[in-house]
Design a protein around this ligand. Structure first.
Ligand SMILES: Cc1ncc(COP(=O)(O)O)c(C=O)c1O
Length: 283
């Protein structure tokens, strides 16, 4: 009987753990940390090609670094995202995702229960660029549609919210966002992809503060924006020039799955199997 070739399907955490930069001539077991600001080239033509984006050669760690890329690729595998851009903090991920898609005259529809600094960005800084907002009650999704204006460009939700742990049905919001051609941006910091993958429910963008559960151990500041490549490219363009990038050091410390479950797993995965809290809240 002819043997059928079965394509292996891996769980997201298995995919993530298999992502590593290529081994160097030192044959290291664990991926090294690339603490370097810039990179060298064989000759000036190789450098020209790299700077002209004709290949994937690393250029400058504000926007390309192997250690940061490892973190980004692992997070993309866990969130089921095409692409990602890692940032210096959760706030720079959120701010970058706003700046990449909102312009003067646009309207942002956001859940009211959001992290304090996100509230400050929305109410104090976005109005400086004439970007206005309306808040809705996360627990009343039925009110959202009526609040959409002709200039609404983005719906932003934080679910579960910090610190109230309010929730919203992401599929319902995603349907409304699609119907009105509005981007749905989800702060998935509290759930992590261990528990919730917003892109699977129709979200366009996912933001994280890696400072919380992704690191899980209170050691680093970091963040990331994930989604379709064409959207993340816009975030990349903003962050490449303005510089709120994740450092290789913090990327190495918070990259999920570095040694077993060093990072993400600290809490949510342990909660899941079996349901037993094994660490205290570090928010
Ligand atoms: C839900 C949520 N989003 C964003 C942030 C901001 O992240 P960071 O402190 O890494 O800038 C936090 C921080 O507590 C948070 O809890």
């Amino acid at each position: 009987m002819k043997k059928r070739k079965v394509k292996p399907t891996y769980r997201p955490e298995t995919k993530a753990i298999r992502i590593q930069p290529g081994r160097t001539h030192n044959m290291e077991h664990s991926s090294p940390m690339y603490l370097t600001s810039s990179f060298c080239y064989e000759d000036s033509e190789a450098m020209r090609a790299a700077f002209a984006d004709e290949n994937d050669a690393y250029i400058y760690s504000r926007f390309s670094n192997p250690t940061v890329e490892e973190f980004t690729q692992r997070m993309s595998a866990l969130e089921g995202a095409e692409s990602g851009f890692a940032t210096a903090s959760g706030m720079s991920a959120i701010f970058g995702s706003f700046m990449a898609f909102l312009k003067a005259g646009d309207h942002l529809l956001s859940s009211a229960s959001i992290f304090g600094s996100t509230h400050t960005v929305i109410t104090k800084f976005l109005p400086k660029w004439n970007i206005r907002h309306t808040y809705f009650d996360l627990t009343k999704p039925e009110t959202i549609e009526a609040l959409i204006q002709p200039n609404t460009k983005m719906i932003f939700v934080e679910t579960p919210s910090n610190p109230g742990l309010d929730l919203i049905d992401l599929e319902t919001v995603a349907k409304i966002a699609k119907k009105h051609n509005v981007l749905l941006n989800v702060d998935n910091c509290f759930a992590t992809p261990a528990i919730q993958r917003p892109l699977d429910f129709g979200a366009d963008l996912v933001t994280h503060s890696a400072t919380k559960w992704l690191d899980g151990q209170g050691r680093v500041l970091g963040g990331i924006v994930l989604g379709k490549k064409e959207l993340v490219d816009e975030v990349y363009a903003f962050c490449r020039s303005t510089g709120p990038s994740l450092s290789p050091f913090n990327a190495a410390a918070s990259k999920p799955c570095t040694c077993g479950w060093n990072a993400i797993p600290a809490t949510p995965f342990r909660w899941r199997r079996p349901w037993k809290a094994t660490s205290t809240w570090n928010g």
